[in-house]
Design a protein around this ligand. Structure first.
Ligand code: F6R
Length: 614
């Protein structure tokens, strides 16, 4: 949600900033801007719309400079307009700033600054912060560290969240950056330093990075950097290596990142499982849980918190852990958990699932659980992300970067990790050795089964084209396929803008059936043998009300072709893994429907990857 890039070095900053912004565009795409600073002063360009608009103007103007900052915006304060785009400049032109997050107390600060003669030309909280920095700069006595001190002092008075990068007209070879609850990392190159809100923006230049922690302010020059806290303590920086390759952040031969990421699922699942089975293949093992089997046996309840698709993955985890480990599980939206003050007993383990590891509601839920003294674990994809660092232990998905705004390979990897957890928890409780072996065998065959399902993409594309013009759609499934009905509806609505709902197939009779007509296709996820007849009854109910029906069934049930309009037959796998297989057709259907409708699939309207505002 909003992207930041910054550069200080010997190379021309402009192309590095534009390239970084293009890679960050999935974080926000309302408007974009860059600023560079030279001995002669600032050069600033901002444009509403995509980075390509900005690049066009920047290239025409031949901007120069070796130090600069850039931003792609997802509006929070103020309408989408050029004046509200970042960078924002201070009243007397001494500073330019790019900022992710929200300054909550910007109104009293603005009143204070107005009284001191500052002027405002935008509706943003960011401009207020920029002017506050200028205010402190003018008062700062420590001439040597004036730039960094003024940012530090301004932030001391700020309530809210920020990842930010600041340029100062009087220090054209320096950058100051800071973070609180909004990710920021420093990339260390050879005589050049980068800053970004997301590793994808700089991985082509360096893989050596330092993640800033909350409340830290960093002062960067091309060959050095230092970090202090808001309380003025020096910070010893820990450098780590990114595990991403540059190619991971390119589309390759695919038209969209979403399609690429759908097709990456066999590999993503292999990566989620790699090295995570015991030597006798009867259970899973995880290096990062930091809880012994003995401690885990004391857990008598698990609370799972997440947002969006990750929340749906939690619902799957609930089915898996309750069925195979027999531990009661509850699932909460992170944003609800945080403010609900739910009573939890002391042996509850709180688990957060978040692809980005930066979703602010999930981070806040984690912090709330820690504050109350609960053990906390997390499943995340991004190494070094805030949630990964703040939870006591956790499991990395190892899905590789997910750039498409709609989550795909992350979702199935999260369910795969949940299945392995269910196996692990089950095996330290009552699951037998034989059942463990069968579970592991099924998991090891999963990537191939996903590959086979993906090989049906041409068939699913044809089906999708038939349904592209409808305005409503229902997704129905029972038991562990009910969450996949929710996921199908979420994917379809977010990328194709078709109204869609996911429901338990039997529950459909208790309300949604009122929507059923020839204008409302229903997609049934019906791969479970033991409840197939029940699903068939529900299919008959909607067919008798003239709804077109698409059904997903397991191998061996091709005869259902006569009963429905369109049939998708997928491999028959272990019951625990059927949800992962059933996810592939709903992803492909949503993708091809959106493509038929000419939608901007990787950047759906109003959405952005990684939601870092509440
Ligand atoms: C839907 C989607 C979102 C995310 C949600 C949580 O396709 O991508 O619903 O799942 O914003 O994001 P993370 O997992 O990064 O916390």
């Amino acid at each position: 949600m909003c992207g930041i890039i910054g550069y200080v070095g010997d190379r021309g900053a402009v192309q590095i900033l534009l390239e970084g912004l293009t890679r960050l565009e999935y974080r926000g795409y309302d408007s974009a801007g860059i600023a560079t600073v030279m001995n002669t002063g600032f050069q600033v360009v901002r444009r509403v719309g995509r980075v390509s608009n900005l690049a066009h103007t920047v290239n025409e103007l031949h901007l120069g400079g070796h130090t600069g900052i850039g931003h792609t915006r997802w509006a929070t304060h103020g309408a989408v307009s050029e004046k509200n785009a970042h960078p924002q400049q201070s009243t007397h032109g001494l500073f330019n700033i790019v900022h992710n997050g929200v300054i909550e107390n910007y109104i009293p600060i603005k009143s204070f600054l107005l009284k001191h003669g500052f002027k405002f030309s935008s509706d943003t909280d960011t401009e207020v912060l920029c002017n506050l920095i200028e205010y402190h700069y003018n008062k700062e006595k420590d001439r040597e560290n004036r730039f960094v001190k003024s940012v530090q002092k301004a932030l001391f008075h700020v309530r809210g969240t920020y990842g930010l990068a600041v340029l100062c007209k009087e220090c054209p070879e320096e950058l100051v950056v800071a973070r609180k609850s909004s990710p920021l990392l420093i990339g260390i190159g050879d005589n050049e330093i980068f800053v970004a809100s997301d590793a994808s923006a700089i991985v082509q230049h360096t893989r050596s990075v330092v993640y800033l922690n909350d409340g830290e302010v960093a002062h960067l020059t091309k060959d050095d950097f230092s970090i202090i806290t808001l309380g003025n303590d020096n910070v010893h920086a820990v450098t780590c290596e990114l595990d991403w390759q540059v190619e991971d952040t390119d589309k390759g031969p695919y038209e969209h990142f979403m399609l690429k990421e759908i097709f990456e699922q066999p590999v993503a699942l292999e990566n989620a499982m790699r090295g995570r089975f015991s030597d006798d293949y009867s259970t899973a093992r995880f290096g990062g849980l930091r809880m012994s089997a003995h401690e885990l046996r004391q857990v008598d309840r698990i609370l799972l918190c997440a947002c969006g698709s990750a929340w749906i993955a939690c619902l799957e985890a609930e089915y898996l852990i309750e069925r195979y480990a027999r531990i009661p599980v509850e699932v909460e939206y992170s944003s609800e958990f945080r403010y609900r003050n739910a009573p939890l007993d002391k042996n509850t383990l709180v688990f957060i699932i978040s692809q980005s590891g930066e979703t602010i509601d999930s981070l806040a839920a984690l912090q709330e659980a820690k504050r109350k003294g609960f053990r906390t674990l997390a499943i995340t994809n991004v190494i070094g992300s805030s949630i990964a660092r703040e939870s006591e232990g956790g499991i990395y998905q190892h899905s590789g970067p997910e750039i498409g705004v709609a989550s795909t390979k992350s979702f199935t990897a999260q369910i795969c990790v949940a299945a392995m957890l269910a196996l692990y928890f089950g095996r330290i409780r009552d699951m037998s050795f034989d059942d463990g072996i069968r579970f592991v065998e099924a998991l090891r065959m999963l990537p191939d089964a996903v590959k086979k399902t993906l090989s049906q993409s041409d068939n699913i594309k044809k089906i999708a084209e038939k349904y592209a013009e409808y305005t409503d759609m229902l997704f129905l499934g029972r038991q562990s396929l009910f969450p996949i009905a929710l996921e199908g509806a979420l994917k379809l609505k977010e990328i194709s803008y078709i109204h869609s709902e996911g429901y338990p197939a039997a529950e459909m009779k208790h309300g949604p059936i009122a929507l059923i007509s020839e204008k409302c296709p229903c997609m049934f996820l019906a791969t479970q043998e033991h409840i197939l007849q029940k699903n068939i009854s529900n299919i008959q109910e909607v067919r008798s009300r003239h709804a077109p029906v698409i059904a997903v069934v397991a191998d061996g049930h091709e005869s259902m072709r006569d009963m429905v309009d369109d049939l998708i037959v997928v491999p028959d796998v272990h019951p625990a893994l059927q949800p992962i297989i059933a996810t592939i057709p709903v992803q492909l259907l949503a993708y091809y429907i959106a493509k038929s409708r000419g939608c901007d699939i990787d950047k759906p309207r109003n959405l952005a990857k990684s939601v870092t505002v509440e």
